[in-house]
Design a protein around this ligand. Structure first.
Ligand SMILES: [Fe+2]
Ligand SMILES: [Fe+2]
Length: 275
């Protein structure tokens, strides 16, 4: 048997008090077409438990496949993030915060992530204590992602992050706000553990997909972006995986090799980072 596992992903659905029923048909379609649903943060608009309850209703009435995701910055707005995670968990959506989830032989590691900018422009932990605290939040999220990925033993590892781990998938947004859309500190763990693919959101006007410096596909699955850039398709991306042999069939849009060299590198790195 060489069963394909189909992973559907979307982010930034921003459920509000008025959203009842808004995505029921989408969840029903995803149930028909996919084996697992990924929701990459900003599930609510103002971070209200009341909004999460409305989303929970739509999930329980329309989705019949496993679902896994992370919270986004909007879900933290009202300080009700724990209640939101609990409400959505009761509705069958497993919220990850530095932990893992395995289904159909595919492993998921998820964190919210944080901002701070990319590459040489990334903010450094230097100067005022408030700057150091800001930078340490991004470093902590990267460490949580690394620790979660280290626990996965599945042939495929999928990372779910709300913020972008690379600059390329926020391109399209105003340059001035790039530093608030993600952090390249999140990129290093992806290469270390030879992640199959990354889903993120947050950059509503970014770019659909790009690759990390090590060739790992990164998909910006922000709902508004998908609607705008792929208007003729339903607003989610689909990744098809073959867990048995570690091969990937990436939506017919990009190719990526899984070389034995990279896997060896990853295994060595993983053994050296068990703390
Ligand atoms: Fe958003
Ligand atoms: Fe966001």
């Amino acid at each position: 048997m060489n069963r394909v596992v189909r992973v559907a992903a979307v982010a930034d659905i921003h459920y509000s008090k008025a959203s009842q029923g808004a995505l029921q048909s989408l969840f029903a379609e995803i149930t028909e077409r996919a084996d697992v649903l990924v929701l990459a943060g900003d599930l609510t608009d103002f971070g209200l438990a009341e909004e999460a309850k409305i989303l929970a209703k739509d999930l329980t009435s329309s989705l019949r496949i496993p679902a896994v995701g992370v919270l986004g910055n909007h879900d933290y707005e009202a300080g009700e993030e724990k209640e939101i995670a609990s409400i959505l968990g009761d509705a069958g959506l497993r919220i990850l915060d530095g932990d893992t989830y395995e289904v159909h032989g595919v492993g998921f590691a998820g964190v919210r992530g944080f901002c701070g900018g990319f590459g040489r422009g990334a903010l450094g932990a230097w100067g005022e204590s408030v700057i150091k605290a800001f930078v340490h939040e991004a470093i902590n999220e990267a460490l949580k992602l690394e620790a979660a990925l280290a626990r996965l033993r599945t042939p495929h590892r999928i990372a779910i992050i709300h913020y972008a781990p690379i600059r390329e998938t926020v391109e399209g947004e105003p340059l001035e706000i790039y530093p608030f859309l993600g952090s390249s500190r999140l990129e290093e763990p992806l290469s270390r553990f030879d992640v199959t693919a990354v889903f993120h959101g947050h950059a509503h006007k970014g770019s659909l997909e790009a690759k990390t410096g090590h060739g790992i596909p990164v998909y910006n699955v922000s709902f508004p972006l998908l609607k705008e850039r792929l208007p003729d398709r339903p607003p989610y991306r689909m990744l098809e995986l073959r867990p048995e042999d570690g091969r990937e069939v990436p939506m017919g849009t990009s190719e990526r090799r899984h070389t034995s060299e990279r896997r060896t590198d990853r295994r060595v790195a993983a053994e050296g980072t068990s703390s």
